[in-house]
Design a protein around this ligand. Structure first.
Ligand SMILES: *Cc1c(COP(=O)(O)O)cnc(C)c1O
Length: 387
């Protein structure tokens, strides 16, 4: 009997260590700084703030925690409304529910796949008419691509509503020369294991509002009042990052630029090999923006390819390749059933179309050339385009 060795699994976005992580982590161990907080945390915060050009940063246990802190800082509570991108991971909106507030979902537009300024304007008009404006707008920069921030900011400013940037997927990306995460009142990064740089689990809140950041530190450490005994007058959280993991983050930040170059060149290879095929469209990159291309995403027009997204995904799974549909829009999630939603245009739901036709391809910065070709060949085979 011939054993056919199963080809190694190709992951969507596995961690990619630099080799320098142990230096900082060992330092924490040698000095017995095995705690949330410590010198690595302080240094990591300063380094991230300086990288994005913000006045400060607070390292926390996850991106979700950072979003939750952002909403807490804006004093969002029961009965409040928060506008949020629909095409995103559930973590963008879960903290709205933690606060007892109500999300209203905003559709995408085709040029960035991110929040449609048109739909946002409509949502604001209706909210103003009803006399209940949102307390914040959460903008996501999907897969590294910046949303149309000038248009969005101008609408939000008109109503004096702050922007929280969910830049969990877009660290290192830029919009008109400005770093992702530095464009709103508060910015959020994630260092989860699947992100472009990782601390295995972790997040960061960044802002130019140092008073708000000081308050975030307070909230994230159980809201401990300044007193010799343990005194608390406000509800708090245990959200700070561990000093060991912050060490990993510092080493990862050192290679962020390299990781962006790798991810962008992986995108380019996919693009060169597949974009000529009829019915294949890659996620665009808006003029004057630079995407870190965290994940390469494309859409398939079944009427031209003859193959549906599902069939292609199945073929990739069979070849032991991890690929995923684009995020399922939150307004379609059972969790958010009955929540309000504003489409890009009447009868044009861009996020729903992207969900039905979109695929994310393996994009890890440590993917080998051989594995990249395996993915490309698998897609070509399935679409009968291999020559
Ligand atoms: C990963 C991610 C988050 C959550 O980050 P965690 O660190 O996993 O909590 C939030 N929003 C988006 C868009 C994400 O991709």
């Amino acid at each position: 009997m011939i054993e056919i060795a199963k080809k190694d699994r190709i992951f969507l976005s596995p961690p990619h260590l630099s080799g320098n992580e142990m230096k900082y982590m060992q330092e924490a161990i040698d000095t017995n700084w095995i705690a949330p907080l410590g010198p690595n945390v302080d240094a990591f915060e300063v380094e991230i703030a300086s990288y994005v050009g913000a006045k400060g940063a607070v390292a926390v246990s996850s991106g979700t925690a950072a979003i939750h802190l952002a909403l807490s800082l804006l004093e969002i509570k029961t009965g409040d409304i928060v506008f949020c991108s629909s095409l995103t991971f559930v973590a963008s909106a879960n903290p709205i529910l933690y606060q007892g507030a109500e999300p209203v979902f905003i559709d995408s537009e085709p040029e960035t796949w991110n929040m449609s300024p048109q739909a946002l304007a409509k949502a604001f008009e209706e909210a103003a008419f009803a006399g209940i404006l949102p307390k914040a707008v959460i903008i996501v920069h999907l897969y590294g691509q910046s949303a149309k921030m000038d248009e969005i900011t101008s609408i939000c400013n008109q109503y004096d509503v702050p922007i929280i940037e969910d830049a969990a997927e877009s660290i290192g990306s830029s919009y008109k020369g400005k770093q992702s995460g530095s464009l709103g009142k508060l910015g959020v990064f994630s260092f989860n294991g699947n992100k472009i740089i990782t601390t295995s689990g972790g997040g960061m809140l960044v802002s130019n509002d140092t008073v708000a950041l000081q308050k975030a530190r307070f909230l994230a450490t159980q809201s401990k009042d300044p007193a010799p005994h343990y005194q608390h007058s406000k509800v708090g959280f245990n959200y700070r990052m561990s000093n060991i993991l912050a060490g990993m983050g510092r080493a990862q930040l050192e290679v962020l630029e390299e990781r962006i170059i790798s991810r962008r060149s992986i995108f380019l290879r996919y693009y060169q090999e597949l974009s000529h095929m009829p019915g294949i469209h890659f996620m665009p990159e808006l003029k004057n923006t630079m995407s870190n291309r965290w994940l390469t995403a494309l859409t398939i027009d079944e009427s031209k390819t003859g193959v549906s997204t599902d069939v292609l995904l199945q073929a990739l799974v069979k070849a032991n390749i991890e690929a995923r549909p684009v995020w399922k829009p939150l307004h379609l999630q059972p969790l958010f059933k009955g929540m309000k939603y504003f489409p890009h245009q009447e009868h044009l739901n861009v996020s729903e179309q992207l969900f039905m036709t979109g695929i994310c391809l393996p994009s890890g910065s440590n993917m080998t050339e051989e594995n990249l070709m395996r993915v490309i060949d698998c897609i070509k085979d399935e679409l009968n385009q291999r020559v």
